[in-house]
Design a protein around this ligand. Structure first.
Ligand code: CA
Length: 337
């Protein structure tokens, strides 16, 4: 593929053009009180064999989302160059400081990696990392698969995720990959806040972008890890890097969408959230989905919250304590295309 890019000022200890398997690091200056000329060493793994497409896998975009980190650590160790045609670039923990801190955002600068694109090489650490991905990895990739989960504050029905795209051809190719990922749901997502996302950066570069939401609640489950591992392998097969068959789960992905803001229910006040509905429930528009209790004010009646639209509850808030504006549930409907 033709590569037009501005080189990053940050070196890597891997050569992306070299055949074989390399474990290395992107070296990002991290000058701080306890290490004047210190460096953040961001792990990157390349597996390349001759000509073929390039697929970039990223995990740990948010540090408290674990399926991608585990599935990609396993892939990085297991995948051998002789098995593939093309190039696989793996960044198991994109926001490494956040991953090491088990937090969504970076403890260094508070940076949310998925709001930091296209990044800034002169910015703080999260923006430095994003700028490296923007200038060195996205231009090399035909396909980017960014593996998210719900993190500590949300839990989701495992799904492969894409956006509604203006380019019909790109939309069809992305949808085909979403179906082959093999998650219980395929979700055509409307973002509340698309600016600064890796998704947007990749889509603007005309590359295929697939994301996931594979569970959450600050934990891994055998089921969600298995879905991540199978999905990663299926993407290698789907895009022609790995020979073999797509591994079909016992289900066919149900393709759903969140067409508008009505899919989200936001808390109207701080309180203790009592859910009436749970993940996987089918609900009606206007149905009471939960209520907020006010523990310092026993006389005050709980405040009941209602669904804006009906459908399947695909996401719920995990912690009981809740603040105004926190997302309580997301409701999806069958995709109408
Ligand atoms: Ca996420």
């Amino acid at each position: 593929m033709t590569e037009t890019r501005t080189a990053s000022p940050f070196p890597a200890t891997v050569d992306y053009e070299e055949d074989g398997k390399q474990f290395g690091h992107v070296l990002l200056p991290h000058s701080r009180d306890d290490s004047a000329w210190g460096t953040l060493m961001l792990p990157v793994v390349t597996v390349k064999n001759g000509e073929g497409p390039t697929i970039l896998f990223t995990g740990g975009n948010h540090g408290d989302e674990y399926e991608g980190q585990v599935a990609l650590l396993k892939l990085a160790r297991a995948l051998q160059p002789a098995e593939i045609s093309g190039r696989v670039i793996i960044v198991p923990a994109l926001n490494l400081p956040a991953a090491l801190d088990h937090s969504r955002v970076s403890p260094i600068d508070g940076g949310n990696m998925n709001r930091a694109f296209p990044g800034d090489p002169g910015g703080t650490m999260t923006y430095k990392i994003a700028s490296y991905v923007q200038s060195e990895l996205i231009p090399r990739a035909d396909v980017v698969v960014d593996i998210h989960s719900g993190g500590k504050s949300m839990n989701l029905v495992p799904c492969a995720v894409m956006h509604a795209l203006e380019d019909a051809g790109l939309m069809d190719r992305t949808m085909a990959a979403v179906k082959d990922f093999g998650a219980p749901l395929g979700l055509v997502l409307v973002e509340l806040d698309a600016a600064g996302m890796l998704d947007t950066a990749v889509e603007e570069a005309g590359r295929i972008f697939i994301s996931t939401e594979l569970g959450g609640g600050g934990m891994l489950t055998p089921e969600t890890v298995a879905i991540a591992e199978r999905g990663v392998r299926n993407m290698l097969v789907h895009f022609g890097l790995l020979a073999g068959e797509i591994e079909r789960p016992e289900w066919t992905s149900r393709i759903m969408e969140t067409p508008d803001q009505g899919a989200y229910v936001l808390a109207r006040d701080d309180g203790l959230y009592e859910p009436f509905v749970d993940l996987g429930d089918e609900i009606e528009a206007g149905q009471a989905i939960g209520q907020m209790h006010f523990v310092a004010d026993p006389q005050r009646e709980p405040e009941v919250h209602h669904a804006g639209s009906g459908g399947l509850v695909i996401c719920r808030r995990v912690p009981g304590p809740t603040r105004r504006g926190d997302n309580l549930i997301v409701v999806a409907q069958d995709y109408r295309g």
